[in-house]
Design a protein around this ligand. Structure first.
Ligand SMILES: [Fe+2]
Length: 319
């Protein structure tokens, strides 16, 4: 099974106009807007689809407080779809649309789908040129300035689950995902869909409430210039920051998260670690910066020093 990307994420919405403004301001391309369906695309053509919450075409909400409905992964070929259907139909229902898209539910109860990837793959490019002490490569040339972001693709999606080991086992044992890193004690696990890939394409965080929910969807942008320019522009349009801007100690990515009125958060990120079969998964005992846990209601102490693990943060909260 060869996975190539996140093809589509579907939401319901009580207010389609608000959803349209939110994702337009985010920098996605609005491909169509009718009273029954709103379609946005990243630069490569992967989609966010939003339907009115009363639509019969929508799958169930992931939780009462979130409009997330389904994530669809892109695979290389029809043979991959056949292999996935064969593997998963052993112990669950797997539906297939007329266009070949598969729909099912993972072991955590998250609605997932699979279809053949039709979007642009990455093309080699020079990338951003940086100056640093002893390495002055950008000469007589100013850095790019972004008045807004235009997200390239969705790079990863993150969920709260009651049992991260159960989630990990499903994606590794049934779909061939690889382990990138984890927090010990089941606090979190980072997975990628191929040995050579971004550090994580899926990340599961242990839910303190023992429920399942969307944590965030991450949109990759070119570089920190676009992340900051995009984040500033999005803020100026009135959308609230969840956390950031900042840099993840795990995966090295620069990030800026915003609250999503449809549930969870959305993230601009760039410069994530890219790993291959030589990568050795690490076991983190202490979260050097527990940014991922903030959305679950844990507030960091404002002393500039505390970088608690989830367990430590829970203990702090209990005091
Ligand atoms: Fe992320």
């Amino acid at each position: 099974m060869t996975f190539l990307g996140i093809d589509c994420v579907e939401f319901g919405a009580s207010d389609l106009k608000l959803a349209k403004k939110f994702f337009s301001d985010w920098g996605l391309l609005c491909k169509s807007f009718t009273s029954s369906k709103l379609v946005f695309e990243t630069q490569i053509g992967s989609q966010i689809i939003i339907r009115p919450e009363a639509s019969k075409l929508l799958r169930a909400k992931i939780s009462p407080d979130s409009q997330f409905r389904e994530v669809i992964f892109g695979v290389r070929s029809v043979a991959d779809l056949v292999a996935i259907a064969k593997e998963l139909s052993v112990d669950r229902e797997v539906e297939q649309d007329e266009d070949g898209t598969l729909h099912t539910v993972d072991d955590s109860g998250i609605q997932i789908g699979f279809r053949v990837w039709t979007h642009t793959l990455e093309k080699p490019q020079v990338g951003t040129i940086w100056n640093s002490p002893g390495n002055r490569r950008r000469i007589n040339q100013v850095s790019p300035v972004y008045a807004s972001a235009a997200p390239f693709k969705m790079g990863h999606i993150v969920f709260f689950v009651p049992d991260t080991k159960r989630a990990e086992d499903f994606y590794r044992q049934r779909l061939g995902f690889c382990l990138s890193d984890r927090y010990v004690g089941g606090a979190g696990v980072f997975l990628r869909w191929a040995q050579q890939s971004e550090h994580h394409n899926l990340f599961f965080i242990k839910s303190r409430k023992n429920d399942v929910n969307l944590h965030h969807i991450a949109f990759e942008v070119n570089d920190v210039h676009e992340m900051l320019g995009g984040g500033l522009a999005f803020s100026k349009k009135g959308w609230a920051t969840e956390v950031g801007p900042g840099r993840h100690p795990i995966s090295s990515a620069y990030f800026w998260y915003f609250k999503n009125p449809l549930g969870g958060a959305i993230e601009y990120f760039c410069d994530s670690d890219y790993v291959n079969a030589d990568w050795k998964p690490r076991q983190y005992r202490i979260n050097r910066f527990s940014e991922w846990h903030l959305a679950d209601g844990i507030v960091q102490r404002d002393d500039g020093k505390i970088r608690p693990s989830l367990a430590a943060a829970q203990a702090m909260k209990a005091k």
